[in-house]
Structures are given as C-alpha cells and as structure tokens.
Design a protein around this ligand. Structure first.
Ligand SMILES: Cc1ncc(COP(=O)(O)O)c(C=O)c1O
Length: 355
C-alpha cells in the first residue's frame, strides 16, 4: 500500500475544446498528478494539484544532463460510455524499465497505476467522445536536484499530465511515405534506444525535419553499426509482411518495446498467422519488393495504432507497397485494436482497465 493520494481541486476550470478542434498535445486538463522523491525518503506525497508550472532550480540535473524518462498511453470513451485505459500496467512497467536505465528510482507500480487511474477519473469529462479521439496520458519523471556534477540525482519529481487529442486519421487510415535514413542513426546497442527518454527524440529531430523537407512523413532508421537492419520508423515500431510472414525487429536494446507492437504480435498468434521477431535487412525488403513478395509494411504505436506505409524510398529508389493502398492485414489489426479500445469488441486479454 502506498500513501493516500491528496487531492487539491482547481479553483476555476478551463473551457473544454470541441472534439473536432482537437490536435495533438496542445491542450491540457485542469489537474496534474505529482509525487516527489528524495534519497532518504523514497517516493512521497502523492497528490493531485491544479495543472500549472513546476518550480525548478536552474541547476536541476534534468535541465543539463537530461536525466528524465516518460511514457505515453491513452484513455478512450467507449461506445458504451465507459472510459478505458489501454494496457496501463504495460506502460508503467516500461516507464520503470526506462527509469532503471537512467539511474532514476523506479515507482511502486501500484502507485503509478493509481496515479493514472485517479487523475483520469477526476478528469473524466475531458475524455472526448468521437471515435478516434482520446485523452493522452503523459507520465514523466525528471531529476530535480540542483547539482552540476555528472552523477545520478538525489531528488526527482514524478508527474502525470493529460491532453485531449484528436483523431490521428480524421478521414480514415492513410498510407504514408517514408524515407530510409542512410546517414543519421537513432540509437546503438548499449545506448538509450530501448528507453523512453528525451535524448532519443532530440536525436531524431534533424533526420525527421530533413525527411519532411523532402516530402516524406518520417524516416525508417537502420541499425547504427551496419546501416542495414531495420530499427524503427519515426516514433513507431516497424512490421513488414513478406509472403505470409510478418517480420519485426527483435527487442535488443536499440528499439523501444512498443505496447502496440506486443498487442499486434499477440493478435497475430491468436489468429494463427506467422510472425517472427528477427533482424531484417533493408536488402531483404528490397529483394522482396523486386520479387513481388513484399505485401504490407506498417508502423505500430500509441499515437496512430497502425500506420500503413505506402512508399519506401531507399538510395534514390522508390518502392511502392501494395499499390500505395492499405493492406488487408493492416486494416484488420487496426480494426481489432481500435475495437477493444472503444469497447466495441470483447477484450479477451484484459488489455483495458476501466476508470
Ligand atoms: C521511438 C518509439 N518507438 C515505438 C513506439 C511505439 O510504442 P507504443 O506502441 O508503446 O506506443 C513509440 C511510442 O509511441 C516510440 O516513441
């Protein structure tokens, strides 16, 4: 059992946006969850406060050495009116794994789950109603100790903020154009790639901007050693269907262990379809495209659920996949996961937690 969560309500409430005006991550709800950590006390004073700025010493370790982790998950308003979080325990577990890699003290998983459920429960009126929209949950841990030496900090702040977000595909799922990145890498084995930490996203800004400038939505990263094996696509895990086999890179330290990736692999097993977690070279993808066996390519992630790739550009060559259309398996996976999230389908794996 953890300390009880203290709740301080906001004196005035914000005006809520209309579902059709929602974008991503620009609007925040009335409250946030906060807890503190000090070496001698552990995690303490879990509370809900009115949403607002954090007081931060300019010497705080996070501002200098980026000792911070976060996660990202969603709450959905189902067709039955119930509010469901999608696999929150899995996100809490990943946040703690990320924390350990950055020498951040992990949270009691029960407290972390309660922080999310309590806050979303309090802010339930902020969960938008239209299918495709959701309430994005962003738990974060930052090193707050004012100290300029390079070592793990002795004090931290955990906080959770909520943001109502619009449909990723307001006009239905749409295939994207992706550039295979030949110059920049996102992570290397032994580095931070497997942790959800700001540094990885900072590293991805320049390749992302350059790809956008050239008319692509995002980049597909190759491994940092051979520049050959597929890593991730933008902020999503990548899956490739060659013949009747779905292939995705293994969790080996460079890629984030995606919750959507895990959900897709589970569904493929449920459906008796072939899937492999193995290293896959871009040369194998090119060869499959040439021989006509490259059937579908898609990214998986909380933001889009499934994002079909209609075109891959590599070494100046453009590979159009499935005629640039959404593949049948891509669509089936999307419908299955969205169906569970919005309570339209049964949830045999107990992926959702009702708020
Ligand atoms: C780098 C990266 N890879 C993969 C993913 C997909 O993970 P998940 O399915 O848990 O959202 C994310 C987050 O969305 C990410 O930021």
């Amino acid at each position: 059992m953890h300390e009880p969560i203290r709740i301080t309500k906001a004196a005035t409430l914000k005006k809520k946006p209309k579902d059709n005006e929602l974008g991503f991550g620009q609007i925040f709800t009335d409250h946030m969850f906060v807890a503190d950590f000090q070496d001698e006390k552990g995690w303490y004073d879990p509370r809900v406060d009115p949403y607002g700025p954090l007081a931060m010493d300019p010497a705080a370790a996070v501002l200098h050495y980026s000792q911070a982790v976060f996660d990202g998950l969603k709450a959905f308003r189902g067709v039955d009116g119930k509010i469901r979080l999608f696999r929150p325990q899995k996100h809490v577990e990943r946040m703690n794994t990320s924390a350990r890699r950055l020498c951040i003290p992990p949270l009691d998983p029960e407290l972390a789950l309660d922080s999310i459920v309590t806050l979303v429960g309090l802010e339930r009126d902020w969960v938008p109603k239209t299918i495709g929209t959701s309430l994005y949950v962003r738990p974060t841990i930052i090193a707050s100790e004012p100290f300029l030496g390079v070592r793990p900090a002795k004090s931290y702040i955990y906080y959770v903020i909520l943001s109502p977000v619009g449909a990723y595909y307001p006009e239905g799922m749409a295939p994207v154009k992706i550039r295979v990145e030949e110059h920049y890498v996102r992570a290397v084995e032994g580095g931070l790639g497997g942790a959800k930490t700001g540094a990885n996203y900072a590293a991805s800004l320049m390749p992302g901007e350059e790809a956008k400038h050239e008319g692509y939505t995002q980049v597909l990263y190759l491994d940092g050693v051979h520049r050959r094996y597929l890593d991730e696509v933008g902020t999503m895990n990548i899956m490739v269907k060659i013949g009747d086999e779905v292939v995705t890179p293994p969790i080996a330290g460079t890629i984030l262990p995606g919750v959507t990736r895990d959900s897709v692999l589970t569904l493929l097993r449920d459906w008796g379809l072939r899937s492999s977690e193995r290293a896959i070279g871009i040369d194998e993808v090119v060869a499959a495209h040439k021989s006509g066996t490259l059937k579908e390519v898609f990214g998986t992630g909380t933001a889009a659920v499934i994002s079909p790739v209609g075109e891959l550009a590599y070494k100046g060559e453009k590979m159009v996949i499935g005629g640039g259309q959404i593949g049948p398996l891509t669509q089936r996976l999307y419908d299955a996961i969205v169906g569970v999230q919005y309570g339209k389908e049964p949830d045999p794996h107990s992926w959702t937690v009702e708020v």
